[in-house]
Design a protein around this ligand. Structure first.
Ligand SMILES: NC(=O)c1ccc[n+]([C@@H]2O[C@H](COP(=O)([O-])OP(=O)(O)OC[C@H]3O[C@@H](n4cnc5c(N)ncnc54)[C@H](O)[C@@H]3O)[C@@H](O)[C@H]2O)c1
Length: 392
């Protein structure tokens, strides 16, 4: 079976493509980012992904251009049995789903599709979109099966998690479902079947639920801090040997390209009647404001040199998409502080080295809890750390 992955150079598409190739499928990785495609051809994995570079190197040696092909050209989908779509699905400036990228990619590949193929939608989708895509393809005279099989990995750990967790599959027909089952059974024996709309909602519920859980921890952190108490002393006591609180999260910036926008997609799906989701958004998005306001109680920020350690949206990762560390920087600049940012994984000419931030700033914020920051001995600096990685 030959599989095309459109958006195959992305954070979801690339690990999936490589794993399917490793399982023996012939995989065409198609991505409009030509620079990324060229880097992949040279054997360079374009972002941090556990085991990603090693698997790419291994497959390129083994494939010799036959079972793993990288290309920016959509016409390659024509000779594939299965086409997996995994482009980004953002929300717009009004927090409504922006389906333009998904419909654009359908239009882009449509001239090269043929009856009998199966299109597997892997992007997170606004409920009802899979059925609409199926109807549009049918109306265009194509007898193509459509499946929606949501991706549920945590970014950076896809290669492991794709094989650990059950795969949810759904499809427009029994034969399309059978194809999805075959593809994902190569990754795991645990397959869960839903209707397409159910599967779309399962994905949004999963992300909104996580986002709300983080908001609970963040609200409790703010309550404790406002009362002059150490949230982490209280949290540690709560969760210690107490299974019912075992999944109580740490506080921290709940950011990145998925949780916020998927919570807003769910709100839009329910005509903005989603009080929990909106409350979570207000809490998570204003944690940087809370931290700056608290800093202002002890420091005159104007003209002060303030450091931010970590600008990525999650620990030990190089992805800065929707990172709230950038919002923190903006708020500090608004207070006329001199802000020095550092991150070991993000190349930015404006960033400083860790050493120079530590040596020149009296006030430090932890913007992202990279593991390496856990071992720093802060002697002269005051550290504001909502994540609880700097313990005294
Ligand atoms: N990042 C995650 O951890 C994660 C987890 C689960 C689900 N998702 C969902 O997966 C989807 C993709 O997310 P991502 O983080 O991989 O995004 P991404 O931006 O990392 O990857 C998308 C890729 O698609 C390519 N692309 C965009 N338009 C294209 C087109 N018309 N033709 C060919 N290639 C095109 C881009 O160049 C990019 O490489 C989203 O719906 C997201 O919500 C993401």
């Amino acid at each position: 079976m030959k599989i095309a992955v459109v958006g195959g150079g992305g954070h979801v598409g690339l690990p999936l493509s490589l794993l399917l190739a490793d399982k023996g499928y012939a995989v065409q990785v198609i991505d409009c980012d030509a620079a990324k495609i060229e880097a992949l051809k040279r054997g360079e994995f374009p972002f941090l992904e556990e085991g990603g570079q090693a698997l790419l190197t291994k497959l390129l040696r083994r494939a010799a251009g036959h079972t793993l092909v990288f290309s920016a050209e959509s016409n390659l989908v024509s000779d594939c049995d299965v086409v997996i779509l995994v482009v980004g699905t953002p929300v717009d400036e009004h927090m409504n789903p922006n389906l333009t990228p998904v419909y654009a990619v359908i239009e882009q590949i449509k001239p090269f599709l043929r009856s009998g193929q199966v299109v597997i939608l892997r992007s997170t989708l606004f409920p009802g979109t899979s059925e609409k895509i199926q109807a549009a393809l049918t109306a265009g005279g194509l007898d193509v099966g459509v499946c929606f099989c949501p991706e549920r990995i945590a970014q950076g750990h896809a290669l492991r998690e794709l094989q650990e967790f059950p795969q949810i599959i759904s499809g427009s027909s029994k034969s399309a479902l059978a194809v999805a089952r075959k593809v994902f059974s190569s990754l795991t024996s645990k397959i869960v079947e839903l209707s397409m709309t159910e599967a779309e909602l399962a994905k949004l519920f999963t992300n909104a639920w996580r986002y709300i859980k983080f908001a609970v921890a963040n609200q409790f952190y703010m309550i404790a801090a406002d009362k002059g108490l150490d949230f982490y002393r209280i949290r540690d006591a709560m969760v210690q040997d107490y299974g019912r609180a075992a999944d109580f999260p740490l506080a921290g910036f709940a950011a990145g390209p998925c949780l916020f926008k998927d919570t807003m997609q769910l709100a839009a799906f329910n005509r903005q009647n989603f009080a929990l989701g909106h409350s979570a958004m207000l809490l998570n998005e204003t944690l940087p404001d809370f931290l700056v306001e608290r800093a202002k109680l002890s420091y005159a920020l104007k003209g002060m040199r303030v450091g931010i350690l970590g600008m990525a949206f999650k620990a030990d990762n190089d992805d800065k998409r929707e990172s709230l560390a950038y919002k923190l920087r903006k708020l500090l600049l608004y207070e006329n502080a001199v802000v020095l940012c550092t991150d070991p994984y993000i190349q930015d000419p404006e960033f400083e080295s860790l050493q120079s931030v530590l040596s020149s700033c009296e006030l430090i914020f932890i913007g992202c809890p990279h593991s390496m920051y856990r071992t720093i001995k802060f002697d002269k600096q005051h550290v504001i750390d909502c994540w609880g990685i700097v313990r005294t």
